[in-house]
Design a protein around this ligand. Structure first.
Ligand code: ADE
Length: 249
């Protein structure tokens, strides 16, 4: 999978060299390139922003460097010339929610381009222009209902959530199955040795070797946790049956 990130703070993306994502890059599973938006400016000060028309606080990102950055990342795509199926993601608090389902959908793309906005935002004409050059494949996605200083932290989170779903990036694919948000319920609690620590014992069902009982206990715990922490996620059937009204660990 090819990933391009355009930002005025390329160093912000340095963590993508670490851990499983870093290894996947070195193994050739991910071709991730970070581009400095200032490299697409032509003035002495490498200006990427200007004052907003109509007045108001802060600065707005200028359109021209973005247009040149898009041309560059599309032109650099593998194979012949422009990448025919690249999709542009612009993180922003005004976007549609980025969820596990979004991560799965984007993990099937062959080329994702992320545009990190800063300041008060990007000139609106950049989105119109992007819809032309990406042939409609443009989306604005939000991590949650809060405001970050820019798109970089959101891109770190989105790239990690997406890339770990690309086959081969996470060594043990089974560990992707029983996670929170994969089937609508939160994860069950986990324990390791010792069986008793500082007077706190591992639930006895986990020590007994009865796999049916363990599976039932884990399912109950998932329901109870979801009811306590994220009742909005519970399927109506679990609410009606009272299945979720168990004590949580
Ligand atoms: N940029 C600023 N705030 C953001 C958010 N909540 N999600 C994604 N990108 C952002």
């Amino acid at each position: 999978m090819r990933l391009d990130v355009v930002t005025i703070f390329p160093q912000y993306l340095a963590p993508l060299d670490l851990s499983l994502i870093g290894k996947a890059r070195r193994d050739g599973l991910l071709d991730l390139r970070v581009h400095d938006l200032r490299g697409f400016t032509h003035d002495r000060h490498h200006t990427v922003d200007d004052t907003p028309y109509g007045g108001g606080a802060g600065m707005v990102m200028k359109p021209q460097p973005w247009a040149e950055a898009f041309d560059a990342v599309l032109g650099e795509a593998p194979g012949e010339g422009a990448s025919p199926r690249a999709r542009l993601v612009v993180p922003g608090p005004g976007g549609a929610p980025f969820t596990q389902a979004t991560a799965h959908r984007l993990a099937r793309e062959e080329h994702l381009v992320f545009a990190c906005g800063r300041y008060e935002g990007i000139d609106e004409r950049v989105y119109d222009h992007a819809r032309d050059v990406f042939e409609g494949r443009v989306e604005i996605l939000s991590l949650g209902d809060y405001v970050l200083n820019g798109g970089e932290v959101a891109v770190l989170a989105m790239v990690e959530a997406i890339a770990r779903l690309v086959p081969g990036v996470v060594g043990n694919a089974e560990s992707l199955v029983e996670e929170s948000h994969e089937d609508g319920l939160l994860e069950y609690p986990v324990y390791t040795k010792p069986a008793s620590w500082e007077g706190r014992d591992v639930p006895s069902v986990l020590l007994g070797g009865d796999h049916g009982a363990i599976a039932r206990w884990r399912h109950e715990q998932r329901l109870a946790r979801t009811a306590a922490r994220r009742p909005d996620l519970l399927p109506p059937s679990a609410v009606l049956s009272g299945e979720a009204e168990l004590p949580i660990t």
